[in-house]
Design a protein around this ligand. Structure first.
Ligand SMILES: NC(=O)c1ccc[n+]([C@@H]2O[C@H](COP(=O)([O-])OP(=O)(O)OC[C@H]3O[C@@H](n4cnc5c(N)ncnc54)[C@H](OP(=O)(O)O)[C@@H]3O)[C@@H](O)[C@H]2O)c1
Length: 309
């Protein structure tokens, strides 16, 4: 089969399109014929060797930790699925990903794909969607009527977060650059702040939850807008925990996990037309190095989908 593999840590040129054997699933795993994958910042962070602590890789490694495809083979303890089932999920980022024609995934990291969208769209959902879901609800405890500030509201995670928070009945404030303000409002945000020309800490206050994916000074300044007893949940390292504690704010960082029940709950919302994945670009397997370069610039709107079949 064809697989894009990184043969070393470094720039996009460490990625090569190789011919490799189709992997065999173990007892708790399934073999999935990959129809599509998508780009996430973790792909190029791992490639650059920035996440060796958390995601130690054995090289060569196939990146791509979003998949949508069809079950080809099931292990003895993976009978929840059968050959031909359409599935999606976020495979384990310490193992080979889905920049390939086939992938072996633990069955407990997959859910049934939404029926109303094609594989290309489905592949843009798991990693970003689960991250938004777990950040807002599992960690952020967001409730109906609460005020949430979502940074990078136009990005992969942010576009899901805005829609999930709105679906929950929260009052949603997003940050984005001027060119994305109208777009984020269309996603459902009640207010959008242009982070390049306005200082969000001068414009909002009494926030129950800040959902943060930028880090550094954005994380620090966010503490000023949260009410006592509120939360700041970040997808990055929580850099200001002591300062947060002094202000009576709970701060936490986390790594999203792939849970079948959440994948299927999100699939249902998509099938009901309540949530719409945003794809800004479709590229092919042989273009993933270029796709990673685009992601690395930090201004993708929604997701870049990668067509495999
Ligand atoms: N912990 C986890 O499990 C986990 C999971 C997923 C992602 N992450 C991390 O979370 C971060 C976000 O991921 P992502 O997939 O959403 O990234 P992304 O799609 O690449 O984010 C791009 C978006 O960020 C916006 N942006 C850039 N700088 C900004 C700023 N200073 N303020 C507000 N918006 C800004 C851009 O909007 P404009 O073009 O309008 O500037 C763009 O739409 C990444 O660092 C990623 O590695 C962690």
């Amino acid at each position: 089969m064809k697989a894009v593999r990184m043969h070393d840590y470094g720039g996009p040129d460490v990625l090569e399109l190789d011919e490799v054997p189709i992997p065999e699933p173990k007892h708790d795993e399934v073999l999935v014929k990959v129809y599509a994958t998508s780009i996430n910042p973790i792909d190029w962070k791992i490639r650059e060797g920035l996440r060796k602590d958390k995601f130690p890789a054995s090289l060569p490694l196939t990146p791509g930790w979003d998949v949508s495809g069809v079950i080809e083979k099931v292990g003895n303890n993976a009978r929840r699925f059968a050959k031909g089932d359409e599935v999606y999920g976020r495979p384990d980022p310490t193992r080979d990903g889905a920049y390939a024609e086939y992938i072996v995934v633990k069955a407990n990291q997959l859910g049934f794909k939404p029926k109303s969208v094609d594989h290309l769209t489905a592949a843009t959902i798991p990693l970003a969607g689960l991250t938004a879901w777990q950040g807002l609800f599992d960690r952020g405890h967001l409730q109906k009527g609460q005020k949430v500030l979502i940074h990078a509201a136009s990005g992969g995670v942010g576009t899901f977060a805005v829609q999930f928070a709105k679906w929950k009945g929260a009052y949603v404030i997003g940050t984005a650059s001027a060119q994305n303000i109208k777009f984020v409002k269309q996603l459902g945000a009640d207010e959008v702040i242009d982070y390049q020309s306005q200082r969000f800490e001068e414009m909002v206050h009494d926030i129950d939850l800040v959902f943060e994916t930028i880090g550094g000074e954005t994380q620090d300044r966010s503490l000023q807008v949260i009410k006592e007893g509120g939360r700041l949940i970040t997808t990055l390292a929580p850099e200001f925990k002591d300062k947060a504690r002094e202000r009576g704010i709970y701060m936490e960082g986390y790594t999203a996990q792939s849970y079948p029940d959440q994948l299927e709950e999100i699939a249902q919302l998509i099938d009901e037309g309540r949530i719409e994945p945003v794809i800004s670009r479709v590229m092919n397997l042989y273009e993933v190095a270029r796709a990673q370069q685009i992601s690395e610039k930090g201004h993708v709107r929604g997701k870049i989908a990668i067509k495999v079949v």
